[in-house]
Design a binder for this molecule. Structure first.
Ligand SMILES: Cc1ncc(COP(=O)(O)O)c(C=O)c1O
Length: 383
């Protein structure tokens, strides 16, 4: 049985070029980038090259990139780092109710330290309104954090409008771009973004690497203390091989962005077409016109998410309920709750499919057929 991986929003396969880079660096460059001898200088050059690639990809300056262990650390550094360094100016932060737990749990932690957080609602489209940000702003607001695209629905948030309206306010603007980066062009200057989080393993890079972009002049306290790495903003010897692989993944994602988007649209459309041909009852969660092409979240009336996922798994298909990061458990989605209300049946019957490297249109037809069979069987069982 051919297995089909349709969970690229949880993590992605490492592409061959990245694997080659990681192996080469692991084999040949064991130097510590902080050492002043030739071994160290070679390793430093590898990290610098990746930093150059990362900074250029978003229109940033070389030293505005801080390498981290991934998206969660980048989000924590953005939130805790700015909150602690700017608490003299205010204790209010604004975010949305559909952020990833890497942001929401960090927000709760800061609340426990005495900070105040406003969580903005979303409507059924899955997007927050820029106007709501404007209304929530206070004189003591120090950070506004709105994700670029949601990890459960793929819905792209009004980042440009929010960046523009914050031009008249001293609050910093952070965006968690973990899902959007590599899929849509991002220029931090055009969008007026001050801090931006990225994760390598969501874009065909290795696990254990990510970055936080921090605009020059943003006051940020480090979370990790020790050596002087990353200009004293993130201590610890760099994960040189993973950073090199991350650099390669960025290079390739930027080159192939348009082609990948077209491919993802073909995959998504082929899957949806097949489900329609098979006469399956489903609804799309969130506005597909406003979404990343590689993520689609579907509600299947009369089914239960866990049963659909287990049955798909038995058919060799990997999909997800959305947030994969909760230790394998199926917690009801806070994103769907925010969109449709606590009592919506969609919360208990929705599945996220996400596409990427290695997926083919033929696979999407098999996926559509198998998914249709599972959904029809489960919904008739429930009657
Ligand atoms: C939107 C978003 N932010 C942050 C993260 C966390 O990133 P990482 O797995 O690199 O820690 C994820 C991972 O699912 C995500 O989707």
């Amino acid at each position: 049985m051919e297995r089909i991986y349709a969970d690229h929003a949880a993590t992605t396969p490492v592409i061959p070029e990245v694997k080659k880079t990681v192996l080469e660096i692991t084999e040949k460059m064991f130097g510590n980038p902080s050492s002043i001898h030739a071994f160290g200088r070679e390793a430093r050059a590898v990290v610098d090259q990746a930093r150059q690639t990362a900074s250029r990809s978003i229109g940033a300056k070389f030293h505005e990139i801080i390498f981290t262990s991934g998206g969660t650390e980048a989000d924590n550094l953005a939130w805790i780092g700015t909150a602690l360094a700017n608490r003299g100016r205010g204790k209010h932060l604004i975010t949305t109710s559909i952020e990833h737990h890497a942001v929401l749990k960090t927000a709760e932690f800061l609340e426990s330290l005495g900070f105040e957080v406003t969580y903005l609602p979303v409507d059924e489209s899955g997007a927050v309104k820029a106007d709501a940000v404007k209304r929530a702003l206070r004189d003591d607001t120090i950070l506004v954090s709105v994700m670029f695209a949601n990890n459960e629905t793929g819905v792209i948030q009004p980042v440009k409008e929010i960046g523009e309206l914050l031009q008249d306010h001293p609050a910093y603007f952070h965006t968690d771009a973990v899902q959007a980066y590599g899929h849509i062009p991002i220029d931090v200057n055009e969008l007026h973004i001050d801090l931006l989080s990225v994760s390598a393993h969501k874009m065909n890079g290795p696990k254990g690497a990510g970055f936080l972009y921090v605009r020059d002049g943003v006051k940020l306290a480090p979370l990790i203390h020790g050596g002087e790495q990353e200009r004293r903003r993130r201590a610890g010897t760099e994960n040189v091989a993973a950073i090199a692989g991350f650099g390669k993944a960025i290079e390739i994602a930027m080159e192939r962005m348009a082609a990948n988007k077209a491919h993802h649209e073909r995959l998504r459309d082929a899957f949806i077409r097949k489900l329609r041909e098979e006469g399956v009852d489903f609804a799309i969660n969130g506005d597909p016109e406003q979404s990343l092409a590689n993520i689609i979240n579907l509600s299947f009336p009369g089914t239960r998410t866990d049963q659909v996922l287990v049955n798909l798994d038995l058919e060799g298909i990997a999909a997800s309920s959305g947030s994969a990061c909760t230790a394998g458990s199926l917690e009801p989605s806070h994103v769907l709750k925010a969109m449709y209300g606590e009592n919506s049946p969609r919360i208990g019957n929705s599945v996220r499919f996400s596409f990427g490297y290695g997926n083919t249109v033929e696979q999407m037809e098999i996926l559509g057929e198998k998914c249709a069979a599972v959904v029809k069987r489960l919904s008739s069982d429930g009657r």
